[in-house]
Design a protein around this ligand. Structure first.
Ligand SMILES: Nc1ncnc2c1ncn2[C@@H]1O[C@H](COP(=O)(O)OP(=O)(O)OP(=O)(O)O)[C@@H](O)[C@H]1O
Ligand SMILES: [Mg+2]
Length: 134
């Protein structure tokens, strides 16, 4: 697997979320994702960006375009230095929120991605990686 192109953006404000959505759209188009798949990865990126701001205290995202043989895709690596998540299984459960949300962001983002992983621990911050292949 090769990383073709990579850009890093801050994820600290609502305006940053708009910019992240625009950048994800443009890279998803560039790798040739269908309109439906573009919408899926854009929606997933918004959910994780909002978590990065609301729970992680802000952070950044690296947006990469990938090639794997004939396959192309887009990968998003969100990272924050916030409190981390003690129980990932619980956080991934539909309807679980420690805030005022619906608790559907993480589980929804996973369903909308081809590959999804979280690396987090209390006091260690949170890194969420989302990949959508064409
Ligand atoms: N980056 C993060 N740092 C620390 N905790 C997080 C982070 N992202 C998610 N969490 C924790 O996981 C829980 C579930 O997140 P999820 O996105 O599924 O729901 P929500 O943000 O609470 O609500 P919704 O996304 O539906 O508005 C959050 O309530 C929070 O406790
Ligand atoms: Mg959320």
């Amino acid at each position: 697997m090769n990383v073709e192109k990579s850009e890093t953006m801050p994820v600290r404000s609502g305006e940053d979320v708009v910019r992240v959505r625009q950048a994800v759209r443009s890279q998803a188009m560039a790798v040739g994702l269908s309109l439906v798949d573009q919408t899926k990865i854009i929606t997933a990126s918004s959910e994780i960006a909002r978590n990065t701001i609301n729970y992680g205290g802000g952070g950044d995202v690296r947006i990469e375009t990938l090639t794997d043989g004939p396959r192309r895709g887009i990968r998003l690596l969100f990272s924050d230095d916030g409190p981390g998540i003690a129980d990932i299984a619980l956080a991934m459960t539909d309807g679980y929120s420690t805030g005022s949300g619906l608790g559907l962001g993480l589980s929804g983002a996973k369903r909308l991605s081809s590959e999804f992983s979280i690396d987090t621990a209390p006091g260690k911050g949170t890194r969420v990686t989302l990949t959508r292949w064409k």
